[in-house]
Design a protein around this ligand. Structure first.
Ligand SMILES: *Cc1c(COP(=O)(O)O)cnc(C)c1O
Length: 478
């Protein structure tokens, strides 16, 4: 059969509240055209993120019932530990409440001014946690990884030559750690090949530097290796995963991605001194080492999720549905980052809307139109997110993308068809889309709270907006 179906039946449903364009227009105005400010109940299809939005299986819910909430030595920790160890056999596995908590602890131990952490591409929380210690976060992804429409099977690969050159230049003693982010989220969810993992490990061994994985989407990465890397066609996912981690000395993990749960994470490593320091910090901020910021039931859900995520049929469906969306958009001439990543499709809004200047936020304009048109929420990853400079000035980001992140096991093919239809409709009238302007913004991380107005906005509406805003400001200062 060529038709790929969701490899699950639906036992429990969550109703979607349908809205019309008129309602959405008013919701958007109230949210000041910032999609983060929408009530999620007013979103029909939510593609804002794949993080923590997975649907849990009946088995995971059943596992939660046997969660043991003992403060110390809970059997739920044993099950969690066994499940993680089976895939990632590190001698120390330390649960945390999410990925960034693992990062915070790891970099508090090894980061300080004068140190460098090298990665294919740092995820934003990883970079922020490194920079917070005074260390520098250096991205060394291959050149192909930065060209949106260039097709390459492993665009997340580390640039091995630049890696070695950097180590030689700065000295191995100043590089406590090299990391590989699998898949490379900030680079479009692109995978890293087994060959590249091995080469990275080889360089690390040569200079005696530990290699850590940012393991959030390890199962999706393993599936891409099976799909695209010669020699792995007939290797089972679990064997690929075990091989991937056999080259690593530790990892950070957000269970909100490939552990198929809504909250959780861990830090794992072989170095016993680092692990001891990590457990000491863990007790300060997360909890005792056998629960680390999680309830016993959360540990159970992770343990079961890890068994399910390495299932061949699940991964086939997962990657195929992302691919299905990407193929339809490409066929309609909508420019996207190619090839499609594991967890998301990224639309190149700057190329799609060349009549909108980057400083009038083509990504935001497209994301807003997608909500107005069909109640779909996506995420701008471009000048709104990255354009604000330290000195308050503004610069176009390297790309203006709109990310359609696909939650795991949540939407069916007909939901994806609905997304495709909406984007095709918008594409046909794309010349009518207007840019946006920012009328208020905070000093940093503005994408979460900035307020926008469309460039074609009626004057009356503008006045109302400014009045309402001034009133709110007054109320806040009171
Ligand atoms: C989500 C993510 C993180 C951070 O994890 P949280 O659970 O959100 O704190 C780190 N690295 C990558 C690659 C991620 O995708």
């Amino acid at each position: 059969m060529r038709t790929i179906i969701e490899p699950f039946r639906i036992k429990s449903v969550e109703p979607i509240r349908m809205t019309n364009r008129q309602e959405r227009t008013s919701f958007l105005e109230k949210a000041h055209y910032n999609l983060f400010a929408l009530d999620s109940e007013n979103v029909i299809i939510d593609l804002l993120t794949d993080s923590g939005t997975s649907s849990m299986s009946a088995n995971q819910w059943a596992s939660m019932m046997r969660g043991d909430e003992s403060y110390a030595g809970s059997p739920s920790f044993d099950r969690f530990h066994k499940a993680v160890y089976k895939l990632m056999p590190f001698t120390n596995i330390i649960p945390t409440h999410q990925g960034r908590a693992a990062e915070k602890i790891l970099f508090s131990i090894i980061g300080k001014p004068g140190k460098y952490i090298l990665n294919n591409t740092h995820f934003d929380t990883t970079r922020a946690n490194i920079e917070f210690t005074g260390a520098e976060a250096i991205d060394l992804v291959i050149a192909e990884g930065k060209i949106p429409n260039l097709v390459h099977p492993f665009k997340g690969n580390m640039d091995i030559e630049r890696l070695e050159a950097f180590i030689k230049e700065k000295g191995a003693e100043n590089i406590p750690l090299v990391m590989l982010t699998i898949t490379n989220n900030s680079g479009g969810g692109q995978p890293v090949s087994m060959e590249n993992i091995k080469q990275t490990k080889y360089i690390c061994m040569k200079y005696d530097i530990p290699l850590f994985m940012d393991a959030c989407r390890f199962a999706e990465n393993a599936y891409f290796i099976q799909l695209r890397e010669p020699g792995y066609e007939n290797v089972a996912i679990i064997d690929i995963v075990q091989e991937m981690f056999s080259y690593a000395d530790g990892c950070t993990m957000s269970a909100k991605k490939d552990a198929l749960v809504n909250m959780g994470g861990w830090l794992a490593m072989n170095n016993p001194e680092w692990a001891e320091a990590a457990r000491n910090l863990l007790i300060l901020t997360e909890g005792f080492p056998t629960y680390g910021g999680l309830a016993g039931r959360d540990l159970e859900a992770i343990a079961t999720g890890l068994e399910e995520v390495v299932d061949q049929d699940y991964l086939h469906y997962r990657i195929s549905s992302t691919q299905y969306l990407a193929d339809h958009l490409t066929a309609a001439g909508i420019p996207i980052v190619r090839p499609a990543g594991g967890h998301a499709v990224y639309i190149d809004a700057r190329s799609m809307l060349p009549h909108i200047d980057p400083l009038e936020y083509p990504g935001q304009a497209l994301a807003v139109e997608l909500y107005l048109n069909a109640g779909i929420r996506a995420c701008e990853i471009g000048t709104v997110m990255f354009g604000l400079q330290m000195d308050g000035s503004e610069k176009a980001a390297p790309m203006d993308l709109v990310r359609l992140a696909i939650p795991r096991r949540v939407y069916t093919q007909s939901h994806i068809d609905y997304v495709i239809e909406s984007l095709l409709e918008i594409n046909q009238n794309k010349e009518s889309l207007k840019g946006m302007k920012i009328v208020w913004q905070p000093k940093q991380l503005r994408h979460f709270s900035a307020r926008f107005l469309p460039m074609n906005c009626e004057c009356q509406q503008k006045e109302n907006f400014i009045k309402a805003f001034q009133q709110e400001e007054q109320e806040e200062t009171v």
